[in-house]
Every structure is written in C-alpha cells, then in structure tokens.
Design a protein around this ligand. Sequence first.
Ligand code: NAD
Length: 256
Amino acid sequence: MLKGKNALVTGSTSGIGLGIAKALAAKGANIILNGFGDVDGPRAEVAALGVQVDYHGADMSKPAEIEAMMKFAAERFGRIDILVNNAGIQHVARIENFPVERWDAIIAINLSSAFHATRLALPAMKAANWGRIINVASVHGLVASAEKSAYVTAKHGVVGLTKVTALENATTGVTCNAICPGWVLTPLVQKQVDAKAAALGLSNADAIKVLLGEKEPSQQFTTPEELGELAVFFCSAAANNVRGVAWNMDGGWIAQ
Ligand code: NAD
C-alpha cells in the first residue's frame, strides 16, 4: 500500500515513534529514523521489514538541525511523502515549581519542532499533490491534567497546528491529522510509573494499576502497534478526505 512512499518519523528510536515507523515500513514505506539512544537496534528492526532505512540524529529542539534533517531526507529518498511529528518529552511539576528550562525544552521539542518539520516538508508534498502529515499529540491535546502545564500547552498547540495545516491544504492531496493516545507503556510513561511507585511505596504492577485507574476506564495501555495501524489508516486512500481530526485512542479517557 505504501510501496514507493518515503516516511520520516521524528523520535522513532523508541516507543510510539518506532511502532509507527514499523507499521509504515510493514506497508512498504522507506523510513528515515530520528531520535536519541540506541540506533542500530531500531534500524535493524525496520530494515528487517524489507524497506530502505536511514537515520538522522537532529535534536528536535534546534531548528537548524531540523532543517539539516529535512535536507538529508530529501537528498536520501528524493522526497518525503509522509511526515510523522512524534518526538516528545515530559516533565511533571506544579507551575510555581516548573523549571523554566524544562518549559522551554518541552515547547521546543513537543510543539515548535512540528511547525518546523511541517513548513519544510510542505513544498515538496504540495508539488507532488500527495502528502500525509501525522502529528502525535495526546489526550493532553484535548483535556488537561495537573502538573503537566508545558506538556498540555504544547499538545493543545499541536492539535491547533494540525487543524491549520489541514485547512491550508484542504484542496490538495496533502492531509494533516493528529493522533491522541492515552497511556502507552513507553520509557516516557515508565518514568511516571516509577515516580508513583516511589511516592506511594508500591510495586511496579500496583503503581501501573493506580496510574491506569486514575484516567483510563479500559484499565489497559494502548500499544505502539495499535497507534501504528491508525497512522497507516491516515496514509490510506480511504483517509483522503480525513482532514484536521484529533483522533483519541485512549481506553475511554476523554469520554468521561
Ligand atoms: P519515548 O520516550 O519512548 O520516545 C520519545 C522519542 O523521542 C525517542 O526516540 C527519543 O529519543 C526522542 N526524542 C526526545 N527528545 C528528542 C529531541 N530533542 N530530538 C530528537 N528526538 C528526541 O516516548 P513515547 O511515549 O514513545 O512518546 C512519543 C510521543 O508520543 C511523544 O510526543 C509523546 O508526548 C506522545 N505521547 C505518549 C504517550 C504515552 O503514554 N507514552 C501518550 C500520549 C502521547
């Protein structure tokens, strides 16, 4: 279905980004990976799906590095057809205690990076009259939780950016949509499980029960694989006229 298409997934050395990269690769898309930490493992996992894969280590908080990555991707594959803005970090603290440096980093990585990658990807997508921009927002793009001011602000911004991107390209073959996961057990969330276990003196399993019980009626994590399949749907012909949605996959979190 995506044979001959080229996808760039930011923050794809781990978690949801890697899940989406693998789901797109399983449908035939070539992949540019990005992110920190181990690169060889994710690279091998994607290559095993029989597509071309490359990597750029741009720090998504730095616009000049994002520009270099987009240039590298265009040179490597000729064009980027699918852009998944996924890189993100979290920090949990009340506003009066929120480190200013963490606020700036979260806004840069979780929000501004999507603007920069989108503005740089759009010209080639419009010239080809086909493109898919998928922004990994969060339930926190739709509702708030205490102690996540920067994250909730950035994710609401991502949902807004998604709608504007969709509207500005609504008469073209370029669509933009957002995915809004609830809890997904990735390193980003394991840190929050660890903090809860330490604060309440709980085992890992009991801390997970408390975490899910607070927000997620299904009491289940969404998986990177499930989110990958939603990204595949957004790339399909059936989604040609799906524009500007913020689609939650959250075990009922925001239905409450
Ligand atoms: P993760 O920590 O497993 O992965 C984050 C990825 O982003 C990694 O590849 C990391 O190297 C990369 N990254 C971090 N800072 C970067 C930077 N400055 N430049 C380039 N890459 C950088 O986390 P995840 O849970 O898979 O999160 C992925 C996205 O999904 C984030 O935008 C997050 O906000 C969102 N999300 C996660 C959950 C969840 O429950 N895990 C829920 C909703 C939304």
